[in-house]
Ligand binder design. Structure first.
Ligand code: PLP
Length: 367
């Protein structure tokens, strides 16, 4: 089965990891700082705090932003559940905004209507690695005095208006280094920020709420967690980061092969092209909703590991139970009933993409 995504690990990655394994510091050592420095530099952010996962990064970003019970946060249903799960964990209420027909990102024209006295933040998700309309979103946030925390777990290496994601004027930006993402550390994540107060708070929250006082003694001043990344993982991260631009280039090439092979197809809708996208996933839509599941099964049976990104967060049984039963957004409903994720990762060849396109044609010849 060709997976929908997969890491690329080479001999240099392995060498970097084994060097740390042979060193004195396999966690809480100097490799963490170096990875943070390199990551912040790459994105053009002042500070980076690396943690054990993208989910942990979302959690401490929300905590650093002081999101809590009674607060409302505007986000999207077209995301991995962690984006809104961590809002629930801090007690905030996810307010789901509908998505756009072309990019499947948050529909920025629908944000203002959702703002109430309780709204504290907007969490846009750069779906598939294509940035949201951040100019408009940041303008709304400034006007209404809201925080912006970007879920950029798909978008490391993407840019918006010539600026790398991680260096926009939002409050914090969250990354993930799970194997399907732009680069991997096995599990891992990061929060990027230009704000020193957030930075110090994130460092503390990552490690039990403990900081060092002026005498160098450990002091626990707030509740925190052990969300630390190991130096072993950071070594892999540093090595992977050197290849990031090449990875993105290869992902963009995969997307261009799909476009070439599927451009004139009458039964499917291709996503819009964004030359600044990190091309995290490639999602097509079936024009007829009823074709979607049969096509999905047909491709799976032919060894193509197609996937769904994503079922609407509000449609999951847990969300149905906590008050979202009956809640539906028009574009999201059309989208999540017609989307299919095709394989997209750096190691794919043009021949393979052509084979997948041929299989799609074959399905429609028969159906
Ligand atoms: C992957 C992902 C996360 C969570 O990251 P993990 O590292 O798997 O915890 C959060 N949000 C989005 C949009 C993601 O794709």
């Amino acid at each position: 089965m060709i997976p929908y995504s997969k890491q690329y690990i080479d001999q240099r990655d392995i060498g970097a990891v084994s060097a740390v394994l042979k060193s004195d510091w396999i966690t809480q050592g100097p490799t963490i700082n170096k990875f943070e420095e390199n990551l912040a530099n790459y994105c053009g952010a002042k500070y980076a705090v690396v943690v054990s996962s993208g989910t942990a990064a979302l959690h401490i970003a929300y905590m650093a932003a002081d999101l809590k019970t009674g607060d409302e946060v505007i986000t999207v249903p077209n995301t991995f559940v962690a984006t809104s799960n961590m809002l629930l964990v801090v007690g905030a209420k996810p307010i789901f905004c509908d998505i756009k027909e072309d990019t499947f990102n948050i529909d920025e024209t629908k944000i203002e209507k959702l703002i109430t006295k309780k709204t504290k933040a907007i969490v846009p998700v750069h779906f598939a690695g294509a940035p949201c309309e951040m100019g408009t979103i940041l303008k709304i946030a400034r006007k209404k005095n809201l925080l912006v925390i970007e879920d950029a777990c798909h978008a490391l290496g993407a840019s918006y208006g010539g600026i790398k994601i991680g260096n926009l004027k939002s409050d914090m930006t969250v990354m993930s280094f799970h194997p399907v993402k732009s680069i991997t550390t096995g599990e891992g994540g990061a929060v990027l920020t230009n704000n020193k107060n957030y930075y110090e708070k994130l460092l503390s929250l990552r490690s039990h709420g403990i900081h060092k006082d002026q005498n160098g003694f450990n002091v626990m001043a707030e509740m925190g967690y052990n969300y630390r990344m190991t130096d072993i993982q950071a070594a892999l991260g540093i090595s992977q980061l050197k290849k990031l631009d090449k990875f993105i280039e290869k992902r963009r090439r995969v997307v261009s092969w799909y476009e070439e092979a599927l451009r004139n197809h009458e039964e499917i809708i291709l996503p819009v092209t964004n030359p600044d996208s990190a091309c995290h996933v490639y999602v097509i839509r079936t024009k007829r909703i009823m074709d979607r599941l049969p096509l999905y099964n047909f491709l799976r049976n032919a060894g193509v590991g197609v996937n769904f990104h994503y079922p609407a967060v509000y449609s999951h049984p847990y969300y149905q139970k906590i008050g979202y039963a009956g809640f539906k957004l028009p574009m999201e409903e059309i989208y999540h009933n017609s989307c299919i994720t095709l394989p997209c990762f750096p190691g794919l060849s043009e021949a393979l993409i052509k084979r997948i396109a041929k299989l799609i044609n074959l399905f429609y010849e028969k159906n």
